[in-house]
Design a protein around this ligand. Structure first.
Ligand SMILES: [Fe+2]
Length: 312
């Protein structure tokens, strides 16, 4: 997909992802990719190892020039690209920041990435920018708001986006929707795809005492355009219960690999990112994680596929 293509974003809740007349959220290769880290850029440029795609955090590339863009331009010649936003605050109660949207649009125009994704969360309010992604209440008002924000983003970027399920540590006393139903409805109403972060599923389900397998079974796989895998940190809360932190600072845990296998058994091969943002290891360690994901993806080749690309 190029940024020059005209994209019609469906808005009717009566339409499903199968109605898209474009590869809505299946443009990345159905292989494992890695996050682009400064520490690895020189090695990647020199050796160009065979990874499916690179993913960048949009907010790290919003300056006009400098070394980050020089490196990314060189790597973009070899690798498909996913742009992952962390600062749009799509779940926020305020209007989206038009200047942030403009910067995102310029980045998308510049690199024509195969995918753009953001989080079902909020991170800014009243001019204050937080470093964390906070959860939202899953009620009708929030649904209306998030649908409006996703539509606005897609129209501004002239492409469908992926919305990621969050990792959470607290929940609101009242939510009218389950998280999976809420995400399903957003995808139906906006035509956006979903980014299934399997580590976030494990973190949230353990922290709230939910069944991760049941969550996954309820997830609208027809809308999934990408998967995230990451390592979590494990602690105990004040009552001694298991508490998982979405730390992105270690290898993918065994129970997350098992959940990934369960997801791909339904999805078939799906673009899958290894997220490792803290205590970043040597590149070969990251590549080994990507190869492990590729092995599981290859084994899922006979699974029925549910993505829009397959249905189109
Ligand atoms: Fe993620």
């Amino acid at each position: 997909m190029t940024s020059a293509q005209t994209i019609a974003v469906p808005r009717s809740s009566a339409r499903s992802a199968a109605d898209h007349a474009f590869p809505a959220f299946g443009a990345l290769p159905r292989r494992a990719g890695i996050g682009l880290k400064n520490e690895h850029a020189a090695d990647l440029l020199r050796d160009r190892p065979p990874v499916g795609f690179l993913e960048i955090h949009a907010e790290n590339y919003m300056g006009a020039g400098g070394p980050p863009h020089h490196l990314l331009k060189g790597l973009r010649e070899t690798y498909p690209l996913s742009v992952h936003g962390v600062g749009l605050s799509i779940g926020g109660v305020e209007d989206l920041d038009e200047r942030h949207l403009d910067r995102l649009a310029a980045l998308i125009e510049r690199y024509a990435p195969q995918s753009f994704s953001e989080h079902l969360a909020w991170s800014t309010h009243a001019g204050v920018y937080f470093n964390d992604l906070f959860p939202i209440a899953y009620d009708d008002a929030a649904l209306k708001r998030v649908v409006r924000h996703v539509q606005q983003t897609q129209e501004r970027l002239r492409r469908p986006m992926l919305l990621e399920n969050p990792s959470t540590y607290v929940a609101y006393a009242r939510s009218d929707w389950s998280e999976t139903d809420f995400l399903t409805e957003i995808a139906r109403q906006t035509g956006c795809g979903l980014l299934l972060d399997v580590n976030n599923v494990m973190v949230s389900c353990v922290n709230h005492g939910h069944d991760a397998h049941a969550y996954l079974d309820a997830f609208p796989m027809w809308a999934v355009g990408e998967i995230h895998l990451a390592g979590y940190a494990e602690r105990q809360d004040s009552l001694g219960a298991r508490l998982l932190i979405d730390a992105h600072g270690s290898a993918v845990a065994d129970d997350v690999w098992a959940l990934f296998q369960r997801a791909t058994a339904r999805l078939g091969p799906t673009p899958t990112l290894i997220e490792w943002d803290n205590d970043v290891p040597e590149l070969p360690v990251l590549l080994k994680e990507a190869r492990a994901a590729d092995t599981i993806l290859a084994a899922s080749a006979d699974a029925p596929t549910h993505t829009a690309e397959a249905l189109a």
